[in-house]
Design a protein around this ligand. Sequence first.
Ligand SMILES: Nc1ncnc2c1ncn2[C@@H]1O[C@H](COP(=O)(O)OP(=O)(O)OP(=O)(O)O)[C@@H](O)[C@H]1O
Length: 353
Amino acid sequence: MAEIAFRNVGKRYGGTVALSDASFTIHDNEFFCFFGPPLSGKSTILRLILGLEMPDHGEILIGGKPVNAVSPAERNVAMVFQNLALFPHMSARDNIRFPLAERKVPQAEIERKLADVTAKLHIGHILHKQPAQLSGGERQRVAIARALVRDPVAYLMDDPISALDARLREETRVELKRIQRELGKTLIYVTHDQEEAMSVADRMAILEAGVIRQVGAPLEIYDHPASTYVARLLGSPMMNILPSTASGRDIRVADGAIAVEGLAGVAEIAEVGVRPEDIKVSAWTQGQSGTPSRVYEVEPLGGYTVVTVDAGPSRVRALMRGQPDIRPETMVALSCDAAAVHLFSRNGTALSR
Ligand SMILES: Nc1ncnc2c1ncn2[C@@H]1O[C@H](COP(=O)(O)OP(=O)(O)OP(=O)(O)O)[C@@H](O)[C@H]1O
């Protein structure tokens, strides 16, 4: 059992709060991501799990047992190096054997573990190669094999693919997800890339300045962000957060520039959120009811198009499929289904209706 849990864990460095009263549980065999902007506390969490840092307060549990007083070696969680670095002068085989040879594990046991992990990761045919002769995906499998050979209860990765170019990053994250599924081991993963977090994680925790703001499955958080902070972090283009005014129970969004049929509000509402893919854009025709808006810019991206519109006091982005016939400076009508609208209070927390 490799469930990893934090109970009210806090960590300061001098006057800086790196992690504030964090509580979460990472389940066994889960691909769990920590996601947040730079300096939000992601690496601090990994160092606390590894035992490289001690919490100021709170309890860390691995497999149900408190480990605050347990040394890093005895915790048996493995860190996969940043950018999946391998020793360049060693073959894949020697790279994988290294952590065991270093610990003076008997030769026969090294060979047995090597055979086991190579079979699991399907890399038997590349063991003789040097890292420079391997593809990005193969290097990744070898780097993971080197971490796994110790048979850790969980393995940790700190922004492991951030230095790769965009295309290789996309390939690598698919590969990572597949490897984790095949191995069925707990993988704890740090990234500052929202698309990467969404694509790989079974569940994720979103951080802001040392505070965990929301924990859940990526799509659950995407569909039900608990705050404007979280809403803005997930999705590209990001969610439009728009001022709203309520008259009675009716809500006017962006001074009426976005028509939302049947949207009923709650008293505390201050802002509404609408995802770009939920905004409908249609050409404005003279004499039509509602409020026209001017198209500010159009970005054709092939499979879809981003249309930026000056809607009342706000600039709104809409994501449209394909290549619609919409030009800059023309007038359009904007609308949205009531069900797709998120309501937020003045302090940015989500309101239920
Ligand atoms: N050893 C340290 N000494 C002093 N302050 C530290 C130390 N390690 C982290 N911090 C501070 O703690 C906070 C959290 O840092 P942390 O490295 O955990 O963030 P992060 O989200 O991993 O950032 P990044 O994405 O840039 O790696 C930051 O304000 C950082 O400056």
